[in-house]
Design a protein around this ligand. Structure first.
Ligand code: WTA
Length: 658
């Protein structure tokens, strides 16, 4: 990674600045000092069952109490809060209706063309109940998987909560994924229904979605799918297949506004969300009801220091875990006001984000470093035109943030007064794991600082031994936590091997590892260095090199492909592909373009390679393994250093250099 876009060892070790929590924040915060944080962390460590058990009883509503906090007798398969019954939709809606929150705004939604919809908790409750009844009416039962392939419209949030209400796990597929990618996920999850929209607005135009659903389902490719519900958003013409497709508004308006929340077992499946790993197809990460609810609830409360009057906005898409945990479930479980935005900054409106902050008096703002770097590049003129004095807290997520971007964010967006929470976590962890607490933790630009109470994070070597301060290693977690993923859908072996046994358990003690490298400084602060596996992080989006490689080799012109990440000032990493062609094929601009389009069609536009290079062979070891280290160096224009003696054919290197 380049020094200007990430935490290189040099920049990290040179970073000396420390920012203390402001009194104004600390005085009111739920965790208001470093000693309070340490006390909580100590309590959680010395008696985790009591710590989590007390939190679960205090923070959540239970239909039936649990009788065991954690069962870790069969690692890595954990059960949390056994015997308990609860419902996440109840915790996000019903329980607020008997309080002053009933008429508080739960959701403020802004469409890209500027249309606004607002829902109080009571209004959101009604919409969710009607939708839940509609799902039942088309035959969806507890345990049936419902896929969502949607733009950022309120119906996406409503549909997720409706699924949770009736106990139908959801599988949200990011609306930017292709029909192919959608089909794979529908088949893998055996989805019973798909909820989609005619389309959504993106960068000033209507982008269609329904045709991709039609194409994913074509020829009975997904036999489990019986029905498709279509939200009318853009009013474009779309095909509706009789006996399969229903308009959302027609299906939902006649439904009753009461629907009891299904009492769910703590470990009942809440959702599946697909994410890329280093090998094979994307994995369906499984999260379950109670642990996920507790983890998103607690982390949201701790990290965003939420107050009743706050207006909170997370810019993620609901198709990613950040959207699940911190647009919908965490905020609503806490009775907060959450903002959802359909659009994005674009040439016609580069100040779109700042305009929204000004308009809705947003006080807490959570976005990705890639966005901050893009804004930083175009300077402060645009943000300076807006009144952002409502802001009091800023967050980042998705990739390492470089100290320059951190400082810019604090000064220009936060007016110098807002603390920054750099939150490290993953789809697999359900919620944030390492982050400053705004009222307690002194921050250092570029560091996610300290693990949350109850999280035993560490940096270790390949044997699982802690490394010395300042040394690099694997970022791991030594104990289970409530929000942890429970398994890989349909593949428990993969869950075991890739996460909890990647580092061999010593004395039967399992350690969780999901692919990041990090170092800890002398104060115990974590500096996340990025992925150490074959996952590329493009603008905060995770992509497996394998997926892109298989997309490339599925093109008739390509015989072999290898994909690597190249440091990119704005996106963090950019995708560079090396291909060898079938004989008789010409590597010209037309083919390059064709290959890029092909990858976009197979996976989605986010996976489109930035650059494609061709050579008559790829650098391989004698055992046939592609040496990505060499390709990475070549892609970023660096000298190929280190041992190249294992190369099968040394002339390949010269040819590639040429
Ligand atoms: C990266 C997104 C550095 C990391 C919530 C992780 C980060 C991957 C940070 C997970 C951060 C996320 N600092 N790196 N604050 N937050 N990452 O599953 O590489 O889409 O493994 O979850 O993003 O991406 P995912």
């Amino acid at each position: 990674m380049s020094s200007d876009s990430s935490n290189t060892i040099e920049s990290v070790l040179q970073e000396q600045r420390v920012f203390m929590p402001a009194d104004e924040i600390a005085n009111k915060a739920s965790i208001g000092s470093l000693s309070e944080y340490k006390h909580l962390a100590e309590l959680a460590k010395s008696d985790p069952d009591k710590f989590w058990g007390d939190a679960a009883r205090k923070e959540l509503h239970w239909f039936e109490p649990f009788n065991k906090v954690l069962d870790w007798s069969n690692p890595p398969f954990a059960t949390w809060f056994q015997g308990g019954k609860m419902n996440l939709s109840y915790n996000c809606l019903d329980r607020h209706l008997n309080s002053s929150k009933a008429d508080k705004e739960a959701l403020i939604w802004e469409g890209e063309p500027g249309d606004v919809r607002r829902f109080t908790y009571r209004e959101l409750y009604v919409e969710v109940c009607k939708t839940a009844n509609a799902l039942k009416a088309i035959g969806i039962k507890k345990g049936d998987l419902v896929a969502l392939y949607m733009p950022m419209v309120p119906e996406a949030a409503i549909a997720m909560l409706a699924c949770a209400r009736i106990g139908a796990p959801h599988s949200v597929v990011f609306g930017g994924f292709s029909a192919e990618a959608l089909r794979d996920r529908l088949i893998d999850g055996e989805a019973k229904a798909v909820i989609t929209a005619d389309g959504g607005f993106r960068k000033d135009k209507a982008v269609l979605l329904k045709p991709s659903v039609d194409s994913a389902l074509e020829g009975n490719a997904c036999p489990s799918v019986d029905s498709v519900i279509v939200v009318q958003r853009t009013n474009e013409n779309v095909n509706m297949k009789s006996n399969r497709d229903y308009w959302w508004h027609e299906l939902i308006s006649p439904q009753s506004a009461e629907c009891n929340a299904e009492p769910m077992e703590s470990e009942d499946r809440l959702f599946v969300l697909y994410t890329s790993g280093s090998t094979g197809k994307p994995k369906g990460v499984v999260h379950t009801t109670a642990g996920y609810n507790l983890w998103t609830h607690l982390t949201f409360k701790w990290i965003f220091d939420i107050r009743d009057e706050d207006v909170y906005w997370c810019t993620a898409d609901v198709g990613w875990i950040t959207g699940h945990s911190y647009i919908i479930y965490g905020p609503l479980s806490n009775g907060a006001t959450t903002v959802m935005y359909e659009g994005a900054p674009r040439p016609s409106n580069p100040g779109a984000f700042w305009e929204l902050i000004q308009k809705h008096k947003i006080s807490i703002f959570y976005t990705a470093p890639t966005a901050i770097r893009a804004f930083m590049k175009s300077g402060r003129t645009v943000p300076d035109q807006y009144d952002m004095t409502s802001l009091r807290l800023l967050g980042t997520v998705g990739e390492p943030i470089n100290p320059e971007a951190w400082i810019w964010y604090k000064d220009v967006i936060g007016g110098g007064r807002c603390p920054i929470v750099d939150t490290w976590w993953q789809t697999e962890t359900g919620g944030v794991m390492i982050s400053p607490l705004p009222g307690a933790t002194p921050t250092k630009p570029g560091s996610a600082t300290l693990p949350l109470p109850g999280i035993e994070a560490d940096v270790v070597d390949a044997e699982g031994k802690s490394v010395e301060a300042g040394e690099g290693g694997y970022l791991v977690v030594r104990r289970p936590w409530p929000g942890m993923m429970r398994t890989v859908h349909g593949n428990p072996q993969r869950f075991r091997e890739s996460y909890w046994e990647y580092i061999k358990p010593v004395d039967g003690k399992h350690i969780y590892f999901a692919g990041d490298g990090a170092r800890r400084d002398a104060d115990g602060y974590f500096w996340v260095m990025g992925r150490v596996d074959d996952v590329i992080n493009v603008s905060g989006h995770r992509l497996g090199t394998m997926e892109i490689e298989s997309a490339l080799v599925s093109h008739p012109a390509v015989s072999e492909a290898a994909v690597v990440g190249r440091p990119d000032e704005l996106k963090g990493e950019a995708i560079v592909a090396f291909v060898t062609l079938e004989s008789g094929r010409n590597f010209d601009n037309a083919l390059i373009n064709d290959l890029k389009v092909h990858v976009a069609l197979e996976i989605g536009a986010i996976a489109r390679p930035e650059e494609i290079k061709s050579s008559d062979a790829l650098p391989k070891t004698r055992s046939g393994k592609i040496m990505r280290r060499i390709l990475r160096a070549l892609a970023s224009g660096e000298e190929v250093s280190g041992d190249t003696s294992t190369l099968e054919d040394r002339t390949v290197l010269d040819k590639l250099r040429a």
